[in-house]
Ligand binder design. Structure first.
Ligand SMILES: Nc1ncnc2c1ncn2[C@@H]1O[C@H](COP(=O)(O)OP(=O)(O)O)[C@@H](O)[C@H]1O
Ligand SMILES: [Mg+2]
Length: 291
């Protein structure tokens, strides 16, 4: 086993690269991302994003687009800033004391950090699913109906019933819960609870769904169901998923972004990242040299 720390590995690789760059000006400068960061069909566009916790910088100068109906996987060693970056996409970092986001984050050209923007509405447009399923202590029905109710999306009870059913169907949960809609959501299995949380996010017609390691608390069968679901959801939604499983990134995503020590090292089509990574650090990670 390689006992090198990621930081030592990074320094070594960057040193070797800067030495070899003297006679190879095609190579990217250390610290800059490589690959296809930008997309013609961008739904979300991030430019020069820096994120700080107090004095400590967690994200360094990340620029990246997420295209319409794409599944973007974000991978990298623990602590490299995946969750921090993901949370900036719907301003969940606003809820963390001392966290500061700099740079531009836009959806369909609209600056998401505009002071006049309604953050509650933003979090409906950019929904989030967390690592640990977190249904409300309410019935299955009410978990899904909650969003449409507070956002005033349903005109009648029939309307609301329809929204609940269609969201549960889209989350591949309807058949398992249709006979017990008024039982507590917390009584479902872990995998069902996570699909309930996905149904809850879908119910308010989001444009983007953020998922932070949504399967890490689930068994392999429940994980497979969620992965299948992600593929279906990408027909209607744009998805950004953080995962510590490279296999999962390879199975569900169209593009993969590799983060290391707060920097976006590489972003490319998923197949390329896992077969022909452009950057030595990506290669080191996918071949298990550090992680
Ligand atoms: N609430 C917080 N307060 C201070 N530092 C934090 C907080 N959350 C994360 N960090 C730090 O920011 C860095 C990135 O963390 P995180 O985004 O959680 O990484 P990942 O999701 O890739 O494991 C780490 O050094 C972590 O310790
Ligand atoms: Mg994380």
């Amino acid at each position: 086993m390689d006992t090198q720390t990621p930081r030592a590995a990074l320094v070594k690789v960057l040193t070797l690269r800067s030495q070899s760059m003297a006679n190879d000006n095609e190579r990217p400068i250390p610290g800059a991302s490589v690959g296809e960061q930008f997309q013609d069909n961008a739904r979300m566009s991030m430019r020069n994003v820096n994120i700080f916790y107090g004095e400590k910088q967690a994200i360094f100068d990340v620029s990246l687009d997420i295209g319409q109906n794409q599944v973007m996987a974000m991978i990298g060693p623990s602590g490299c800033g995946k969750s921090t970056f993901l949370r900036s996409l719907n301003r969940m970092n606003d809820t963390i004391e001392g966290c500061r986001v700099e740079g531009q984050i836009a959806m369909d050209g609209q600056n998401l950090y505009d002071e006049k923007l309604d953050v509650v509405e933003l979090r409906a447009r950019v929904g989030m699913v967390f690592q640990k399923p977190n249904p409300f202590p309410k019935s299955i029905y009410d978990n899904v109906a909650y969003g449409p109710k507070i956002h005033g999306l349903a005109e009648s009870r029939v309307d609301l019933d329809e929204m609940v059913e269609s969201s549960l169907r889209k989350a591949s949960l309807w058949n398992e819960v249709k006979d017990r809609l008024h039982q507590p959501g917390t009584g479902l299995s872990g995998g069902q609870q996570q699909r309930l949380c996905i149904a809850r996010a879908i119910a308010v017609n989001p444009e983007v769904i953020l998922m932070d390691e949504p399967c890490s608390a689930l068994d392999p069968i429940a994980t497979a169901k969620i992965e299948e679901l992600i593929e279906e959801l990408s027909e209607n939604f744009t998805i950004a998923i953080v995962t510590h499983s490279m296999q999962q990134a390879a199975r569900v995503s169209h593009r993969t972004a590799y983060f290391h020590l707060g920097r976006l090292i590489e972003v490319n089509p998923t197949e390329q990242v896992f077969t022909m990574p452009e950057h030595e650090l990506t290669e080191g990670y996918i071949t298990g040299r550090f992680g």
